[in-house]
Design a binder for this molecule. Sequence first.
Ligand SMILES: CCCCC/C=C\C/C=C\C/C=C\C/C=C\C/C=C/C(=O)SCCNC(=O)CCNC(=O)[C@H](O)C(C)(C)COP(=O)(O)OP(=O)(O)OC[C@H]1O[C@@H](n2cnc3c(N)ncnc32)[C@H](O)[C@@H]1OP(=O)(O)O
Ligand SMILES: Cc1cc2nc3c(=O)[nH]c(=O)nc-3n(C[C@H](O)[C@H](O)[C@H](O)COP(=O)(O)OP(=O)(O)OC[C@H]3O[C@@H](n4cnc5c(N)ncnc54)[C@H](O)[C@@H]3O)c2cc1C
Length: 665
Amino acid sequence: MAEVDHLAAERATARFDVEEMKVAWAGSRHAVHVADRMARLVASDPVFRKDNRTMLSRKELFKDTLRKAAHAWKRIVELRLTEEEADLLRQYVDQPGYVDLHWGMFVPAIKGQGTEEQQHKWLPLAYKFQIIGCYAQTELGHGSNVQGLETTATFDPKTDEFVIHSPTLTSSKWWPGGLGKASTHAVVYARLITEGKDYGIHGFIVQLRSLEDHSPLPGVTLGDIGGKFGSGAYNSMDNGVLRFDHVRIPRDQMLMRLSQVTREGKYVHSNVPKQLLYGTMVYVRQSIVADASKALSRAVCIAVRYSAVRKQFGSQDGGPETQVLNYKTQQSRLFPLLASAYAFRFVGDWLNWLYTDVTQKLEAKDFSTLQEAHACTAGLKAVTTSVTADAIEECRKLCGGHGYLNSSGLPELFAVYVPACTYEGDNVVLLLQVARILMKTVSQLASGKQPVGTMAYMGKVQYLMQCKSAVSSAEDWLNPDAIQEAFEARALRMAVNCAQNISQAASQEEGFYERSPDLLEAAVAHIQLIIVTKFIEKVHQEIPGHGVKEQLQALCNVYALYILHKHLGDFLATGCITPRQGALANEQLGKLYAQVRPNAVALVDAFNYTDHYLGSVLGRYDGDVYPALYEEAWKDPLNETVVPEGYHEYLRPLIKQQQLKLSRL
Ligand SMILES: CCCCC/C=C\C/C=C\C/C=C\C/C=C\C/C=C/C(=O)SCCNC(=O)CCNC(=O)[C@H](O)C(C)(C)COP(=O)(O)OP(=O)(O)OC[C@H]1O[C@@H](n2cnc3c(N)ncnc32)[C@H](O)[C@@H]1OP(=O)(O)O
Ligand SMILES: Cc1cc2nc3c(=O)[nH]c(=O)nc-3n(C[C@H](O)[C@H](O)[C@H](O)COP(=O)(O)OP(=O)(O)OC[C@H]3O[C@@H](n4cnc5c(N)ncnc54)[C@H](O)[C@@H]3O)c2cc1C
């Protein structure tokens, strides 16, 4: 009971309106309402139970995923849910499965790369689940290097067909989610060959399995690639392997929005940038940023609530011990993660806006913002997923020993989340893309070309290369202009330093290769600037609700000053701030943590997660952690019998043998 009281007391100390913070977090009152309804719908349905997931075998887990997906679809149809509601319902079911790829990549690939005619033919089938699709790009030999894929699609003018073929072992498709067991179709990326010429990678819709009995079609070899990291977790997904042996598809199953092959076999490229082929990846990368804030906020919610419940040391004269949340070290590890969850949420919203804006411009044949969309989605995907993966592990440690139990929810969350650093583009590979664009922008500064969008600050090169921070007290670091200037100067100076070093190499390519570790850091600095800028812009907006703006202001400052403290070396080495100013930032950070402390539990309540979605005995809303932990232990299959299976085979003979030996002595 005492623990329950603890969280009630924590909630009472909040200095802001939690209901209004829920609106700020979700984006609108409508969003809070819909999310609430969908979360409760899932939580109250026994089919969506997930507390036994880590104890299921791979086969049981996969079947459970099929069952949940089918039940979710049934509920979506029965309740006539809107697209927004259906997306949220699937999110709260919280079990990776083939439907993620069907809706998240197969459908978007057809929408983005198919002609109107192709969309008209294929999308209704996909929308009604008459076909199930996946996104088959990566191969055994190549993932990052898309141009290196080996699968071929050779046009045969005699039959008006493409022949899809896997010429080598390394050309086997390898990894696509939903491919292993569930999908009937795939968008397959292959080298288009016509009239004897290789035109590079293009997308094709290929049927893989019979719609009657689900068996692979002739010439198609298919399977699952095997168990993955952690128990439960991403093992619910059937990541697959696929080989083609001269499989024929009609010509009109090449996705022809960007380029076409005529009946005669002539290749025609529309007047659009060829990078539009990568459009589905750009779309998913922006969703992954929004998803990072969800995963991070879940972990932080668990760690904050548990840290308020957990007590260690400090008891005097039999009085209460100290809540671990009161330890300054706990706060300095946890509150930056809380601030990062909010930061990623807001930058994710902005990125979604950017993506929508770019998509509208592309439809009007305006390709000017394509590079900005690529740099922002790639860079933000890389930084937010890397931070989130590390943060989930940090939250596990923040929960001490109990964090290591599956029932804490953290091991599974980590195992599900960590591949986000790799899929949809390895984070290092993506940051190097950002670095390339930074170098290009720096090189254009001399010619007077004004950078735009998130690179616009580089236009202030004369000022930013020599400015000195005016901060002279800890409070000065609360001024957003001081923060913004320090972050801009750091990012620009790091980029310019890299460019200067590269220019001394024998060639641009060699210089880029040699300096790539520094380039990664420059790219991270640029992306952190974007996150800080978007958080500052958010806080400048009108935000209703008692104390909400003040809390967000504090979190924004925590985020920025934490990054400054963590990367102090960059700020000092580039001469943007002095060691004294660095120390003042750290002093202010400590004061901000004290400001966050009484609001911490309410700030995670504002995420509005149900206990079902959190899936953690440590993160329970009521804080009644110990009885739940105790009860959960007894549910383990090992506890089904008092004497374990194997006792008579292995334990008893061993003990008896030793006893016999002893008795002979
Ligand atoms: C369970 C949790 C799920 C959470 C997710 C939440 C929501 C998501 C919703 C649904 C998805 C569901 C589940 C997600 C889970 C897993 C799915 C995973 C799927 C996959 O992994 S699919 C495979 C992804 N593969 C990659 O990302 C490959 C990475 N490689 C590349 O992108 C490219 O090869 C490369 C690294 C960019 C290099 O390309 P290349 O053609 O060689 O180009 P360069 O020479 O480097 O550049 C040329 C030129 O082009 C520009 N460029 C490059 N890329 C783009 C782009 N995307 N857009 C625009 N422009 C681009 C580049 O800047 C250069 O420009 P220049 O001006 O310099 O010429
Ligand atoms: C869970 C999961 C789900 C997936 N789902 C899908 C899917 O649905 N469909 C699909 O098509 N694919 C999918 N993938 C594949 C995924 O997109 C690739 O694994 C990813 O793009 C990374 O490519 P890779 O495996 O070739 O890594 P590699 O490129 O081989 O990376 C290996 C190492 O090399 C480094 N490296 C590579 N290139 C460079 C470079 N130029 N400079 C410096 N370092 C470099 C990387 O940083 C990394 O450290 C999935 C992968 C996972 C793990």
